[in-house]
Design a protein around this ligand. Structure first.
Ligand SMILES: C[S@@+](CC[C@H](N)C(=O)[O-])C[C@H]1O[C@@H](n2cnc3c(N)ncnc32)[C@H](O)[C@@H]1O
Length: 300
């Protein structure tokens, strides 16, 4: 059960939110994830529906939009999912057994030899709490905070050589534990979860993006990449949500193909600072789209 935190650092104090009598820090994403939406929230807030019932995020990743939503409404009922088994186990363990996760996380250290030993571990030999701690540790200490696996499903990002990464951010993890307490967290393909959404629910879809060019095809979050067939299945899901009376918003790259797929829906252009080459060491301002099946108040 989550407990109030009596004292926080100056940095965290800036993020404080006041709920009834106890002051809680607001949670930010617990993992850094490719395609993370934190930087776009300032453009997105005016696009979200003002009121809705449940919140669905079926391509959860780092969950930047979810953590933003739950900070605004601590009673938010959410259904969160992703096809990445390790990621979903991590969120479930933070929600249900944070003490064990923190205990294991504190055993890890930012050392190259230790990193490669932990990276090589077979997750099937670990408890769910150890697996969650392993994912958090690798995410904080690997190169660029990427999640990437090889064909055999083994995590293969190299050591990141960071000076002093915060491997165990206990304050933020406790805030995340509270943020997740009303959430159902599931490993699943997007279609299965979105089928549960009902009229008045809000579904935010952030799939792996359609590549801008053949050289920028980073869709390798897991073994199964997200191809054109998946983009087509997704637009069908978007249409079904519209027919059911759900609010749906989807992010993707700004390409003629995506604009054609969503022709007839409201398409907003937003700009993000993203890696613009496959090695991720060159960044630039890249146009993306936010596609809506409703008219938000601010835009009418
Ligand atoms: C662009 S990332 C989401 C980024 C996230 N919104 C954030 O702020 O960090 C896409 C996510 O979709 C997941 N994914 C890929 N294919 C999927 C599928 N078929 N069904 C569900 N999730 C999938 C990946 O594991 C990845 O976490």
């Amino acid at each position: 059960m989550a407990k109030p935190i009596p004292a926080v650092s100056a940095a965290t104090a800036r993020k404080l939110a006041n709920t009834n009598r106890v002051i809680y820090p607001v949670a930010s994403p617990i993992v850094k994830w490719a395609g993370g939406k934190t930087q776009l929230l300032k453009h997105y807030t005016r696009l979200f529906p003002a009121e809705f019932n449940r919140y669905f995020e079926p391509f959860l990743g780092g969950g930047a939009v979810f953590f933003h939503m739950v900070a605004k409404n601590p009673n938010l009922r959410a259904v969160l999912s992703d096809s990445n088994v390790e990621l979903i186990n991590c969120y479930n363990m933070v929600k249900n057994d944070l003490a064990s996760v923190v205990r294991h996380l504190k055993k890890h250290r930012n050392d190259k030899h230790h990193f490669y030993k932990v990276r090589a571990m077979d997750v099937n030999d670990l408890t769910p709490a150890e697996r969650a701690a392993r994912l958090l540790f690798l995410n904080k200490t690997c190169f660029n905070g990427l999640y990437r696996v090889n064909r055999k499903g083994q995590f293969n990002v190299p050591f990141g050589r960071y000076e002093n990464p915060k491997i165990c951010d206990e304050i933020n993890l406790r805030a995340a534990e509270r943020a997740l307490c009303n959430a159902k967290i599931i490993t699943a393909n997007f279609e299965a979860v979105v089928a549960q959404a009902k009229k008045g629910d809000f579904v935010y879809l952030d799939p792996p993006y359609q590549p801008l060019s053949t050289t920028s095809s980073f869709t390798g979050y897991t073994r199964n990449s997200f191809g054109c067939d998946d983009q087509v299945r997704l637009v069908e899901v978007f249409q079904k949500l519209t027919d059911k009376g759900c609010f749906a918003m989807l992010s993707n790259s700004d390409t003629p193909y995506i604009r054609e797929l969503y022709d007839g829906f409201q398409i907003e252009t937003v700009y993000a600072n993203r890696a613009i080459n496959s090695k991720g060491d060159k960044r630039g301002r890249v146009a993306e789209v936010a596609i809506l099946n409703y008219s938000p108040d601010d835009l009418t």
